[in-house]
Design a protein around this ligand. Structure first.
Ligand code: SIN
Length: 331
């Protein structure tokens, strides 16, 4: 627990891990908010424009430099490893991770599943590049630093546009608005207003955050070359199940190409076109785990008795995919 910091008399440290994203983006012109390149500005330069909370020592480390659409297992392994290393340091109050908005919710999920941290691990981002006329990154980073040194906060958190989101609920819901994230029916965990943290719902805890506790799979996660293969597909008008049957050809492959699971984003309450449903039942019969999620941004698929498919438990399709892939590790 982090409260030993003040007892030692040392300045608390917040470590900022850079991974890239639009927050580190650079455009040829300051009015260009579209054709910029993400992941260009180093994390120490990003911090140069942000004063940081008084009485807190800031350290930074560039863990990766990528557009988060290209996020992969190698970067997650390294990020989890560096986060775990710094969290174990007594003098560290919390971490900030700068990240692209496109897959920040997936990284938050993976970090919470594998670390279940007792200190705050605050992911933050930006919708405008660092070179914009009015960039949003510096304020988000400043808010994240404030939250990362709150001794009572813990768990993996996502901060954007003054809101604090939890790792199970957070989703990117807008393509260009600065306030691009939403926490569905649950709502944000809190807000940061004028440098003050307002806390509305409990911080994420192991076993009650909505993210499975996968700490026992740490060694397997760090050692693997690929996550177990889980594909994601939609139900939609005219769906015919052909995509599923094409994928089923890969069930008998060996190694990382072997199909292990499918997440289907059903319409509404997870409902599936009957032809797609028939193909997914064939998948279950040959040992593929099939999870039912929803295309809807709000609500969860109500479990029904005798459902042949697993239920995503309110997770978005992308997070249900990760939950299943992590669960399949080592099996
Ligand atoms: C990215 O996700 O790295 C690029 C887009 C963004 O950060 O908004």
């Amino acid at each position: 627990m982090p409260q030993t910091l003040h007892a030692t008399g040392a300045l608390p440290v917040v470590v900022v891990l850079g991974t890239g994203g639009t927050i580190a983006g650079r455009a040829a012109r300051p009015d260009d908010l579209v054709s910029y390149r993400a992941a260009e500005v180093g994390v120490s330069d990003l911090l140069g424009g942000v004063p940081g909370p008084v009485g807190v020592q800031i350290e930074s480390e560039q863990v990766a430099q990528l557009d988060s659409k290209d996020m992969d297992l190698v970067v997650w392994q390294r990020l989890c490893d560096r986060a775990r290393h710094h969290l174990a340091r007594t003098e560290v109050a919390g971490l900030v991770i700068t990240h692209g908005t496109d897959t920040i919710e997936e990284t938050a999920f993976v970090l919470q599943a594998l670390l279940q941290p007792h200190k705050p691990v605050v992911l933050t981002c930006a919708m405008r590049p660092a070179t914009a006329l009015a960039p949003d990154g510096p304020q988000n980073l400043s808010d994240a630093l404030v939250l990362a040194c709150q001794t009572r906060a813990h768990g993996v958190l996502v901060v954007c546009a003054g809101k604090i989101h939890g790792p199970a609920e957070v989703s990117k819901v807008h393509t260009y608005r600065l306030d691009a994230f939403d926490s569905g029916d649950a709502g944000p965990l809190g807000a940061i207003e004028h440098g003050v943290v307002h806390h509305w719902r409990p911080w994420p805890e192991a076993n009650s955050s909505g993210v499975p506790d996968e700490r026992q799979r740490w060694a397997a996660f760090q050692a693997m070359a690929n996550l177990p293969r889980v594909e994601m597909l939609y139900s939609h008008a005219c769906a015919d199940g052909r995509l599923v049957r094409t994928l089923l050809a890969d069930v008998h492959l060996n190694g990382p190409e072997q199909l292990r699971g499918l997440v289907v984003a059903g319409a509404g309450n997870g409902s599936l076109h009957h032809r797609l449903q028939a193909a997914l039942l064939e998948a279950v019969e040959v040992g593929v785990r099939v999870v039912r999620a929803s295309r809807c941004a709000y609500g969860r698929v109500a479990p029904s008795q005798g459902d042949p498919f697993e239920n995503s438990g309110g997770l978005s399709p992308a997070k249900a995919r990760l939950a299943l892939a992590l669960a399949l590790m080592g099996s």
